[in-house]
Write a protein that binds this ligand. Structure first.
Ligand SMILES: *Cc1c(COP(=O)(O)O)cnc(C)c1O
Length: 694
């Protein structure tokens, strides 16, 4: 069977659902056939709102409910704006008192269609709470709540016939302002059904939907026949219909269509205003018989106006490129926070973390990383340059920011302006900085054996002279280890020697009455290979990001969680005949009929040009496949002959997990003949950056 073409079905159907809601409020078929209209508006169109709840639950659950707070804030803001927008109509309709107003605001909405927004604001946190112990518990509870709602809605006539049920039901209805259609009895079930939704093949979903709709129509007819339904928003079979519909759409869904989603939301909010405007215009133009009394024309006019206004408003929003459109870094802040806590536990009591976020946070985005760690109580950050430090300050990073590298003395006013601490790399340099007259914070670097930056640990006299310079406030003294990543006996001896040199120098400063402030020696491998040190800080970089430099043994192997995933999109999948070649230099020749995925990432993104020759692999649809040919600046080729269904827009994983497969940064770094520090720090800033968790 031919596969149905996939499209952004979920987002596009939002528009259909919004128009269905407008239909409920305009009764399009009323002047043609009241029965048909009842079925269309009171039965079929009732699927619209459950669909909206399901789509909310689906997308929130997809992100592990992590965006819930932000989503609720946005919804509350939208609700506030909608309340204001409809105030003139409330006022025109005679307004309402304080108690009634409060109830409307919190439960039934201040205008007839706005009940949906308070229902989301209550329903989402409730649904989240219910599914905390698992959907197996959450769903039945939500279903039980729905049954109560049902009894107060279309089943009221029957339910109220039971003497023991009528009084409590009436109390519930009284509290709900006459409705059970709200965030307590209606929304949670559909939000959780959305969270649990799975794609269903059209061959099952379509007959299922048709059968469920027929049954629900029967239910509606029956209820109208026997009981007197109070409302007609809820049916016993509505969840079944909604699940079939959603499963069908999910099975066809591919990607998002943000614009359609936005327009649908606006149509939902704005269409009652459009009804008022169409009626007003009809009156003014003396064409009420056509524009209002002909229900179909009325509906069409309202829908057209709603769509036009909504599309115009949606078009006013600035368009930003999606960071995941081409190739991107996906940063898991939860992992980062986990690593920070784990590393902190390895340190001596009272020793804190100095998070090293140089080189744009080893490719993880320095500001995003620093701000997430700041929230966890990290108060010290290290960068390589003044510009990196200033960029952090501008993005709201407080606490101490230390430049580990050299900053020319003429930049002293900038250091002072942004309260950034500078490493003193030599006595001459400290003199030059002090001579600028700027009041600066500094850390004194001591060279304990690496012979890179710092005053020799043996030269206490020089260190004392630096301490006594005016204008420089020395807040710390540190040294750097150069073979702490090695467990070779000679290297271990060298590291111990460095530590001894460093601590004796610090002791001599203390003995001479100088306060060294925060003392720090260990970087990541100092933490992994040395016992806890008598220090005030440890400067951790690579380990914080959940990576080892390489897969060499360490004293203490920690459960670090990788924070970065590197992903790219498939631009095209093409077929090569046996013997055909591809790419620059025709470096790849197909030995068999081959399907090649053209992946939108290349050496300008930080990968080596000879990745294929080195045996590089990527993950596509959960399978490992080889990179082939020569890397281009912006593209690479992967052999996806074995991957069923590989297609344009697929996500390709270069670092990270896809299904059961995982490529760790350590693996890719080894393939590239380097360490993860170089690989990650070398990732290009043109790669998109998305954060999740934290
Ligand atoms: C980069 C750097 C660090 C961090 O090193 P990792 O091995 O990534 O933890 C610490 N101290 C200094 C001086 C550095 O230059």
């Amino acid at each position: 069977m031919l596969q149905a073409k996939k499209w952004p079905a979920l987002d596009c159907f939002r528009l259909v659902a919004a128009i269905a809601v407008a239909a409920i409020h305009t009764s399009p078929l009323q002047s043609l056939s009241p029965q048909a209209d009842t079925w269309l508006c009171r039965v079929l169109a009732r699927l619209a709102v459950p669909f909206f709840f399901m789509i909310t639950g689906y997308f929130l659950a997809q992100k592990g409910w992590r965006g819930t707070g932000r989503f609720l804030k946005r919804t509350a803001f939208l609700y506030g704006a909608a309340v204001l927008l409809y105030l003139p109509l409330n006022w025109y309709a005679g307004g309402f008192g304080f108690a009634e107003g409060a109830q409307k605001l919190l439960l039934t909405g201040t205008f007839y269609h706005l009940w949906y927004l308070p229902a989301v604001l209550l329903g989402v946190p409730l649904a989240r709470l219910l599914c905390r112990p698992g959907l197996r518990i959450g769903l039945p509870v939500a279903a039980a709540l729905y049954l109560v709602g049902l009894a107060g809605d279309s089943w009221y006539g029957i339910a109220a016939g039971l003497p023991w049920l009528k009084a409590p039901l009436d109390a519930v209805l009284w509290l709900g302002g006459g409705y059970t259609r709200n965030g307590l009895f209606f929304a949670p079930l559909f939000i959780l059904l959305g969270a649990a939704a799975r794609p269903v093949k059209a061959r099952w979903a379509v007959p299922g939907l048709v059968a469920a709709l027929a049954a629900m129509s029967g239910e509606a007819a029956l209820l109208r026949g026997v009981g007197s339904p109070k409302h007609d928003s809820m049916y016993l079979l509505l969840p079944v219909c909604a699940v079939c519909l959603f499963g069908l759409l999910l099975g066809q869904n591919r990607g998002r269509r943000q614009r359609a989603a936005q327009t649908a939301g606006l149509v939902y909010i704005l269409h009652p205003w459009c009804i008022v405007l169409v009626r007003g215009a009809a009156k003014a133009l003396r064409c009420t018989p056509l524009l209002v009394e002909n229900s179909l024309v009325h509906f069409a006019a309202v829908t057209a106006l709603s769509l036009a206004v909504s599309a115009a408003l949606a078009a006013l929003q600035p368009r930003r490129p999606d960071p995941t459109a081409r190739a991107w870094r996906q940063i898991d802040l939860t992992a980062l926070v986990h690593n920070a806590a784990l590393l902190k536990r390895q340190l001596a009591r009272g020793c804190g973390l100095m998070a090293v976020v140089k080189a744009d946070g080893y490719g993880h985005g320095a500001a995003g990383v620093a701000r997430a760690l700041q929230k966890q109580g990290v108060r010290h950050f290290a960068v390589a340059s003044l510009a990196e430090g200033v960029a952090l300050r501008k993005r709201g990073v407080r606490g101490e920011i230390l430049v580990l590298g050299y900053t020319p003395p003429w930049e002293a006013p900038v250091l002072a302006r942004w309260r950034i601490s500078q490493t003193l790399v030599s006595e001459e340099y400290a003199l030059a900085l002090a001579a600028t007259g700027c009041k600066l914070h500094a850390h004194l670097a001591l060279d304990s054996g690496m012979h890179r930056l710092g005053l020799p640990t043996g030269d206490t006299a020089a260190a004392l002279r630096v301490f006594d310079l005016p204008g420089l406030k020395i807040r710390g003294v540190f040294s750097h280890l150069c073979v702490a990543d090695s467990l070779q006996p000679a290297d271990v001896q060298y590291t111990l020697g460095q530590a001894k040199n460093f601590y004796s120098a610090v002791e001599r400063l203390r003995a001479a009455g100088r306060d060294p402030g925060l003392v720090h020696l260990q970087a990541s491998y100092g933490v992994l290979n040395l016992p806890p040190q008598p220090c005030g800080l440890a400067r951790v970089g690579i380990a914080l990001y959940g990576a080892y430099s390489e897969n060499a043994p360490v004293q203490r192997r920690l459960e670090l969680w990788p924070a970065l995933a590197l992903k790219a999109r498939v631009a095209q999948v093409r077929t090569l005949l046996s013997g055909e070649s591809a790419g620059y230099g025709l470096a790849f020749t197909a030995a068999r009929p081959t399907r090649l995925a053209v992946v939108s990432i290349g050496y300008a993104d930080g990968l080596p040009r000879d990745l294929a020759d080195r045996g590089g692999q990527v993950l596509v649809r959960g399978r490992r496949v080889p990179v082939v040919g020569r890397l281009c600046m912006d593209q690479l080729l992967a052999d996806v002959t074995e991957v069923e269904g590989a297609a344009a827009d697929d996500q390709v994983t270069l670092i990270g997990r896809d299904g059961a497969e995982e490529i760790r940064a350590e693996e890719l770094a080894e393939v590239c003949g380097t360490i993860t520090n170089e690989l990650l720090a070398g990732l290009s800033s043109r790669l998109g950056l998305v954060y999740q968790g934290g």
